[in-house]
Write a protein that binds this ligand. Structure first.
Ligand code: GLC
Length: 422
């Protein structure tokens, strides 16, 4: 071999080796809601092209409760197969020990995000995840039907009940036998904790466990709110609502078979999709309020983040991926195509986003006033607290005991769980 050829080929292999050392094979887990997985893939394709890394998606069910159960097992076993986790806003205190501290890596971008969201992902000074989007639900309503029957958008649960029933009955009488008044998430899982927290807070019934750790759920206003919701099942809502999560309720709504629907902002872009029967026929409003003392419209604070497993074999590349998915650029894409609420304040003034998904600027104030679930005060017990709460609510909705009876048992169970822990 001539010297020049030899040199060139040596240089080529050095480049190859250097390239190989840098290019990582990463994997990320993701729940499957709406077309979220397809969106994620489209962004990962960009990341792969920009960095040379490859990323495999491990799809999970859409239920946050199912995801949490699986991730907790994997992390407890020190699973090295998953580098990046997408995490629900409530999980930070429970999984903090298993994720890398992103404080230093995110120092250059952390100020772009709403401080309260960064705080929700900070546990004992450790930034356990970077925010990808925030969440606060809406009351979806059919503009066309309210107009047809001369009705206002309800601002109280009593108005919602009356309007839902009147329109449902009239539509059924006119031959639309599939029509329901209101669909929401009534399955026994984390989503029911969100819905029921809204019923309770909106009726002045407190936040289950208060920020100082006081167990407050056993009170008359909370019981009245849950009994009221129990009255919806089989009247304005189908019996099947007891098994609905977000996607099932969205299914009924998007077929055009509900007057009102409680869901998160992701249902906004999907509802306006070409395959949706309600495209262009609906709008959103804040959720209704109760009528007790202290009643107000209440939205539960949700949201998703990206965390890096401390068992990742390639932490640097994994952190690069987490930062990419939380970046302003990807958050803008996510807002435009998924109508997810950004966690980066500047994007609420973005004209493209406002034009494509008007819910987003309108929801800034709603998510800023949203009610957090008691995951901070109950620390590592949150999942257990939530599961006791959603079970008590599900029992009541199913006709197994009154809310007062079930909340009394819940209070005792929560006291036992609490002990001296929180
Ligand atoms: C949404 C919220 C999340 C919540 C879940 C409940 O995904 O963003 O915080 O736990 O719904 O189903």
């Amino acid at each position: 071999m001539k010297l020049k050829t030899l040199l060139v080929s040596m240089m080529a292999s050095v480049t190859l080796v250097a390239g190989a050392a840098q290019a990582a094979e990463l994997s990320i887990v993701s729940g499957d809601t709406g077309n979220g997985l397809a969106f994620l893939r489209s962004q990962l394709d960009r990341f792969e092209a920009e960095t040379g890394h490859t990323v495999t998606v491990v799809p999970m069910p859409s239920s946050t409760t199912d995801q949490f159960g699986q991730y907790r097992l994997w992390l407890a076993a020190g699973n090295t197969d998953i580098d990046v986790y997408q995490t629900d806003v409530i999980w930070a205190p429970q999984l903090a020990d298993q994720f890398l501290d992103l404080t230093e890596a995110a120092a250059d971008v952390v100020d772009q995000h709403f401080p309260s969201i960064i705080e929700s992902q900070t546990v004992d000074g450790k930034l356990v995840a970077l925010p990808a989007f925030t969440d606060a639900p809406a009351l979806y309503y059919r503009k066309d039907l309210l107009e047809k029957y001369g009705k206002e958008v309800p601002t109280t649960w009593s108005e919602l009940e009356a309007t839902a029933k009147e329109i449902m009955d009239a539509e059924r009488a006119a031959g639309n036998s599939e029509m329901w008044g209101f669909v929401f998430q009534g399955n026994a899982y984390e989503g029911l904790t969100c819905d029921a927290l809204e019923w309770v807070v909106s009726n002045g019934g407190g936040q289950i466990v208060e920020p100082d750790g006081t167990i407050s759920i056993n009170n008359e206003q909370a019981a009245a709110a849950i009994d009221r919701a129990a009255g919806w099942v089989g009247t304005i809502a189908p019996e099947g609502v007891l098994g609905y999560m977000e996607e099932e309720s969205r299914g009924v709504w998007q077929l055009g078979n509900a007057v009102f629907h409680r869901n998160w902002p992701y249902a906004y872009s999907l509802g306006n999709g070409d395959d949706s029967a309600v495209k262009g026929l609906f709008d959103v409003a804040p959720l209704p309020m109760g009528d007790g003392e202290g009643a107000r419209s209440a939205a539960t604070l949700g949201g998703w983040n990206v965390a890096v497993s401390k068992y990742s074999q390639d932490p640097e590349a994994a952190i690069e991926l987490a930062k990419f998915l939380a970046s302003a650029d990807v958050q803008k894409e996510r807002a435009l195509s998924q109508s997810n609420l950004p966690t980066i304040e500047a994007l609420y003034d973005d004209a493209d986003i406002a034009a494509a998904q008007p819910i987003i600027p309108n929801w800034k104030e709603i998510f800023q006033n949203a009610v957090p679930r008691p995951s901070a005060p109950t620390k590592t017990d949150y999942n257990e607290v939530s599961s006791l709460f959603w079970s008590a609510v599900h029992d009541t909705l199913s006709g197994n005991g009154s809310a007062a009876e079930n909340l009394e048992i819940l209070e005792a169970d929560l006291q036992d769980l609490k002990g001296d822990a929180w």
